[in-house]
Design a protein around this ligand. Structure first.
Ligand code: ZN
Length: 294
């Protein structure tokens, strides 16, 4: 198995969630062993995707260098990671990534257009060797060894439309596209109103999120899946796991997980070299993995 990048540069323009103004996004190929690198062309600052460059995880995943940040990177990264892309330059002309429809479906389409190609260097995969758990109260996120890759997520919200939802994704690029990529982010009306009062989420609308009041969904089109909420949490988790810098094999499990817990999980994983091993996949040593990212 080989490292990958994209065949050709692609771009799109979309509204940024926080400022509500258009952001131009461009994806370009990078050579082997470059990793995922963000670039803000408006201020000429590069920010490699590394856990230590994460500066905020309260509402979205934000990376930064000095005073310069890029916010809401998780949905784009979810698609990039699910496509098994190892090397990519991501350029934006503002401090956030376009929110599109609140899912990663637009990014999947963009990557399909860009075409994933192999480079002449073996792909690195992280194999989880031990159970690693981050727990806060009853909430937890956990990694454990497995011969393949699964995401098992449960959420519980005291809201009549959500309640308890659980979903298990047996990961392949195709199952991701079919079951996860179209699931939108969600928020509650009172939160949206609060954010607006702080001058945030100015681009937020029913076009890019599921919005709920106390009793119901406000979006006239309804849900894309009855369990769209928990599917989106898996979309987020996949994006957050991209911070470890390579694809991994193992089981990911969460109860009421969040960007913050996922970030702590990646730090806990990387903190002890006994937790994992990095394998360079030569030839067809891992046919299952080959199939997953085909
Ligand atoms: Zn999200």
């Amino acid at each position: 198995m080989y490292q990958t990048t994209i065949k050709k540069s692609v771009e799109l323009v979309g509204i940024g969630l926080h400022k509500g103004s258009p952001v131009k996004l461009k994806l370009e190929p990078l050579e082997a062993n470059s990793g995922i690198v963000f670039y803000r062309c408006d201020v000429d600052v590069s920010i490699p995707l590394l856990p230590e460059n994460v500066v905020d995880t309260r509402m979205a995943t934000v990376i930064g260098k000095g005073e310069y940040v890029i916010s809401t990177i998780e949905h784009l990264l979810s698609a990039v990671y699910a496509y098994g892309i190892d090397n990519l330059k991501i350029t934006v002309d503002a401090d956030e990534v376009p929110v599109m429809d609140g899912s990663s479906a637009s990014y999947c389409m963009l990557l399909d257009e860009a075409e994933v190609i192999e480079l002449a260097a073996p792909k690195k995969i992280m194999r989880i060797k031990k159970e690693i758990e981050v727990k806060e109260g009853e909430k937890y996120v956990k990694l454990s060894p497995s011969k393949d890759l699964n995401y098992d997520f449960t959420i519980k919200f005291p809201h009549p439309v959500i309640q308890e939802q659980a979903y298990v994704l047996h990961f392949t690029k195709e199952s991701y596209k079919r079951e996860i990529s179209r699931a939108r982010t969600f928020g509650f009306l009172h939160e949206v109103q609060y954010l607006r009062s702080k001058g945030l989420a100015l681009g937020g609308s029913l076009e890019n999120a599921i919005v709920l009041d106390e009793k119901k969904i406000l979006n006239p089109e309804g849900l894309r899946f009855p369990d769209e909420f928990v599917r989106h949490k898996i979309l987020d988790a996949i994006g957050d796991m991209s911070l470890i810098g390579m694809n991994f094999i193992g089981n990911y499990e969460a109860f009421a997980g969040s960007h913050d817990l996922n970030h702590k999980l990646t730090l806990a994983l990387l903190a002890d070299a006994e937790n994992y091993e990095v394998i360079e996949v030569v030839g067809e040593a891992m046919p299952e993995l080959e199939k997953a990212y085909a």
